[in-house]
Design a protein around this ligand. Structure first.
Ligand SMILES: [Cu+2]
Length: 130
């Protein structure tokens, strides 16, 4: 009796999302970089100067998908330099565009709803537009 392909493919895809990959340990993010553990960012709040970028690195063995929003719910933020979804596999780095709107923004991971980071953009009077 043949096994339907979907009975094999779906569990393998789910295993790829929810089981850590084997291999070398993930790289430690350099100072000033937000890390990502299994289901959490290394920081819950980060402050950046207006006009600056934010560097994030997946230092876990789990896949993360980063986008604007909170508690795993992606929501457009017209004033955020992060748009859409960014798939980050182990050791992958996401460097955002410049944060040009002072205030509070949020980034989250729909794969791990516990992952939300608050990005506070503070005014930078010396930077045009900030
Ligand atoms: Cu995640």
């Amino acid at each position: 009796m043949a096994v339907p392909r979907i009975a094999v493919i779906v569990p393998l895809l789910l295993a790829g999302l929810f089981l850590p990959a084997a291999g070398a340990d993930p790289e430690t993010p350099p100072p000033g970089t937000v890390g990502m553990a299994h289901e959490d960012f290394s920081e819950h709040v980060v402050t950046v100067d207006c006009g600056a970028t934010l560097r994030m690195q997946n230092n876990s063995r789990w896949v993360h998908v980063i986008g604007p929003g909170q508690h795993g719910q992606l929501a457009p933020d017209a004033t955020s330099p992060v748009t859409g979804r960014h798939l980050l596999q182990t050791n992958a780095v996401l460097t955002t565009g410049a944060w040009t709107t002072p205030g509070v923004h949020y980034l989250t991971c729909p794969v791990h709803p516990e992952m939300t980071i608050k990005v506070i953009v503070r005014r930078s009077p010396g930077t045009p537009g900030c």
